[in-house]
Design a protein around this ligand. Structure first.
Ligand SMILES: Cc1ncc(COP(=O)(O)O)c(C=O)c1O
Length: 460
């Protein structure tokens, strides 16, 4: 009944990333109503600074009530349908993007295309740049949604750039070249490299060296660079964030061809914690890409009232500066809580300075160094210990035993409960002799949760 495209499994919905969400939906944790439920640690949502946004909205009622100086603009907004977006909103967006990059780079609103979130921005870029069977190279591990966003409807391919824990998952010249050769072996035409900076799932920013490797590579192979900078405002610690725009500008490449092959993706889903508003964008130096993407944007516009409300908010520069500073402080504190809790359980993380998650090393808890063992551990964590975390395999990591844990979508109290569960997991996984606990204490410490449907279902 369905088209081949609609039924094609490149959507990736069978990935444990999405399956974990389904498990959570069946039995969501609530401190009072459902204290044995599953805690959602697989969702990169930023809920730490809503109070700031809500208090701004309370003091600026016109923004939500769709008024200008107390007069209704409802009709004006209801009739608005220009797919170029409101100039006022685009002006505020470029200012906001520049301020997050320390105003070291300038953005031109005419090079900005509004989209319904970064999801739509990434797909649109892929549609504009790649034909069926063309490939983009992506460093692994990568955001699990990319399989859906980049491949599913466009029929483009992803070829992994193999990054490993041995060097903190840094992108090297060798890894870039190997991925390129790999694509050629499969007769795939490489159209570009897509990076996420700061990285999801690593929570790290790209170094200048990595950015320079990337730029040199794109120049040499005459290919595109897409830099998904959706987490650029979450950088809470040094080294500071360097946008691809800044890296190119520093090398005076504004007049080089590579400048026209560089495209930035951004959205307000993470930095402002507004994924429900669906505000994303493509910023491209290439006029042909801007006009093709603008034509396509009618499939995923940002609603007029959303643009109106947010342009009022972003216009308030004092508010946005204060919000960003406070939000970053809160993110850092949360990340420290997670890192400390994990450390107490004998688990370490990749050192990170950004994002809404940590990349957690649980290799020592695997029964063997395989992805089967990782899946087994993951099921145990979800079903027996009530924590939905994302296994590295769902991010296409090449080494079993790494997991992504989100920390900004829950209260501090819930995070503390999650840490107790992690401790109990470790105690139940490592044999009693290793923990130094007596067998009876060790058994007592084991958490027993209602097993979810997994145990009855065939292995997925
Ligand atoms: C790297 C990356 N790109 C894109 C997205 C999609 O974001 P949006 O809600 O703006 O569509 C996400 C969401 O998690 C992400 O992590």
């Amino acid at each position: 009944m369905l088209s081949k495209k609609a039924s094609c499994d490149s959507h990736g919905q069978d990935s444990s990333y999405f399956l974990g969400w389904q498990e959570y939906e069946k039995n969501p944790y609530d401190q009072v109503q459902n204290p044995n439920g599953i805690i959602q640690m697989g969702l990169a949502e930023n809920q730490l600074s809503f109070d700031l946004i809500e208090s701004w909205l309370a003091s600026n009622p016109d923004a939500l009530e769709l008024k200008r100086n107390g007069e209704s603009v409802f009709k004006e907004l209801a009739l608005f349908q220009d797919y170029n977006g409101f100039p006022a909103f685009k002006n505020e967006m470029v200012d906001f993007m520049a301020s997050m990059r320390g105003n070291k780079v300038k953005f031109d609103p005419n090079k900005l295309v509004l989209t319904a979130g970064s999801t739509s921005a990434n797909e649109t870029l892929m549609f504009c740049l790649a034909d069926r069977g063309d490939a983009f190279l992506l460093p692994i591990p990568y955001y699990p949604g990319f399989d859906r966003d980049l491949k599913w409807r466009t029929e483009a391919e992803i070829v992994p750039i193999k990054c490993t824990s041995a060097n903190g998952y840094k992108i090297t010249e060798t890894a870039l070249e190997e991925a390129y050769q790999q694509a050629q072996k499969f007769n795939l035409k490489v159209k570009g490299v897509l990076v996420t900076n700061p990285s999801n799932p690593l929570g790290t920013t790209m170094t200048r060296l990595e950015l320079n490797h990337l730029i040199d590579f794109a120049i040499e192979k005459e290919i595109h660079i897409i830099s998904d900078e959706i987490y650029s405002g979450t950088v809470f610690n040094s080294p500071s964030f360097v946008s691809i725009a800044e890296a190119l500008t520093e090398r005076n490449l504004e007049d080089a061809e590579v400048w026209n092959r560089c495209h930035i993706v951004y959205s307000l889903s993470k930095d402002l914690g507004l994924p429900g508003f669906r505000v994303g964008m493509i910023y491209s130096n290439n006029q042909a890409v801007v006009s093709a993407a603008t034509k396509m944007s009618s499939f995923g516009l940002v609603s007029a009232q959303t643009q109106y409300t947010l342009s009022q908010m972003l216009k308030d520069k004092k508010f946005t500066a204060n919000y960003m500073e406070e939000n970053q402080k809160r993110l850092e504190r949360r990340k420290e809580m997670l890192v400390c809790g994990l450390k107490g359980a004998g688990i370490r993380c990749l050192e990170s300075n950004a994002g809404l998650f940590c990349w957690v090393d649980m290799r020592h808890l695997l029964q063997s160094n395989t992805f089967e063992a990782e899946k087994k551990l993951w099921k145990k964590v979800v079903c027996e210990f009530g924590l939905n975390i994302s296994p590295g395999s769902s991010c296409h990591c090449s080494e079993p035993g790494w997991f992504r844990m989100c920390f900004a979508n829950m209260s501090e109290e819930t995070l503390m409960v999650a840490m107790q569960r992690i401790k109990a997991l470790v105690e139940s996984t490592i044999v009693p002799q290793q923990t130094g606990l007596s067998k009876s204490r060790w058994l007592k410490n084991k958490w027993v949760f209602q097993l979810a449907s997994y145990e009855q279902e065939p292995d997925r």
